[in-house]
Design a protein around this ligand. Structure first.
Ligand code: ZN
Ligand code: ZN
Length: 368
């Protein structure tokens, strides 16, 4: 029997362990076996490792992955866009799949809220076949109905993983909120989601995009991505001072659109105050339950705020992300986000680099 290796989360807050798993001997119809080229470490992985999301262990983490097709199951001939698939093709895929026929999938067209939705690297235990359902592994099994995307030859793997799940999350959130040409936009947060939101806002025609965040290396990355102004939260520590800085930069009105990409509850109270009257506020960074915050609803009424939420992404956002990355490689250097690379047996070092915000983006190269 052929065996392969994966890094496994067996216990919350304990080191990941390198484990051996059998390679599948045959594939289900519509499935695929992929040799992992690069797996992104997402901030969510840190939350998962700490046990902040309700998941069942053991799990192979990793929900941002690029690999090459090793083997195709019967009947799997084309990717989500209709391009033919062959062994050796470089592909990525949506980590989550929805059922396609429930109330939210079919009737309300909110497939991200499907009750049957499960994601690679999060929602599958690895102690049951086919085991290999996460990116921190040398091989990845793709179940039937996975949304697969063949990558164009001129788009580097670093661009796809550098953008990771952050870009598709930002595309979805901004699609719901809407940015009008010449809008003043504020992005709260300079992590991967904030940088992605900045890129999408710039490409949507924003007049200026102001990024609030830290530490310094993240704000420098924001400048590389075209941020018109940055506000360092470590230098401007008082929320009231940050709110008045935004007012000054927006002709005393406040921003047309504020995009929250932080995940800290108090940022929401602050961000709503940064909106102009009749402005729009998107809460995008609270994928994990960060707890509650008290706020005055009078602010929402008086300012006539529109408040939006957005969860994960749909396959069409991945298609859009790949086209966006290809079209804007010079303007938005997502490949430069990949600052730290580790082999599979150093997955713990990779995870702690991400946890400490040392990197823009850390990746695993499992077959290095
Ligand atoms: Zn993620
Ligand atoms: Zn469904």
């Amino acid at each position: 029997m052929n065996v392969t290796q994966a890094s496994v989360l067996e216990k919350f807050e304990a080191p990941l362990r390198l484990r051996e798993f059998p390679l599948p001997t045959h594939l289900e119809p519509g499935a695929a076996l992929v040799r992992t080229e690069m797996a992104g470490i997402c901030g969510t992985d840190v939350h998962l490792w700490k046990g902040e999301l309700p998941i069942s262990l053991p799990v192979i983490l990793g929900h941002e992955t690029v690999g090459r097709i090793e083997q195709l199951g019967e009947g799997l001939e084309r990717d989500w866009t209709g391009q033919p698939l062959r062994a050796g093709d470089r592909i990525t895929w949506n980590s989550a799949t929805s059922c396609g026929h429930c109330y939210y999938c079919a009737e309300k067209r909110q497939p991200t809220r499907c009750a049957e939705r499960r994601a690679y690297g999060i929602g599958y235990r690895c102690d049951q076949p086919p085991h290999l359902l996460g990116g921190y592994a040398k091989f990845h099994y793709l179940r039937p109905r996975t949304h697969i995307f063949k990558l164009p030859d001129d788009l580097p793997t670093e661009s796809v993983i550098g953008a990771g799940c952050a870009l598709i999350t930002a595309i979805h959130g901004i699609e719901r909120t809407g940015i009008v040409w010449r809008d003043n936009v504020v992005v709260q947060g300079a992590g991967p989601v904030g940088i992605s939101a900045l890129a999408v806002a710039k490409a949507s025609g924003a007049a200026q995009v102001i990024v609030i965040g830290g530490p310094k290396h993240r704000l420098e990355m924001a400048k590389r991505f075209g941020a018109d102004h940055t506000i360092d939260i470590n230098a401007v520590r008082d929320p009231a001072a940050r709110i008045s800085a935004i007012r000054e930069l927006t002709g005393s009105h406040g921003a047309d659109v504020v995009l929250e990409c932080v995940g800290i509850p108090s940022a929401v109270v602050e961000g709503m105050e940064m909106c102009r009257d009749g402005g729009k506020y998107l809460i995008l960074g609270h994928y994990c339950d960060g707890g509650t915050v008290s706020f005055n609803p009078h602010v929402v009424t008086r300012k006539q705020l529109q408040i939006f939420g957005s969860w994960s992404s749909e396959p069409r956002h991945m298609k859009a992300a790949i086209e966006f990355l290809r079209a804007h490689r010079r303007d938005f250097p997502f490949d430069a986000m990949v600052t730290h690379r580790f082999p599979l047996d150093q997955a713990n070092e990779a995870l702690s680099t991400t946890a400490q915000w040392d990197s823009a983006k850390t990746v695993l190269i499992p077959n290095a």
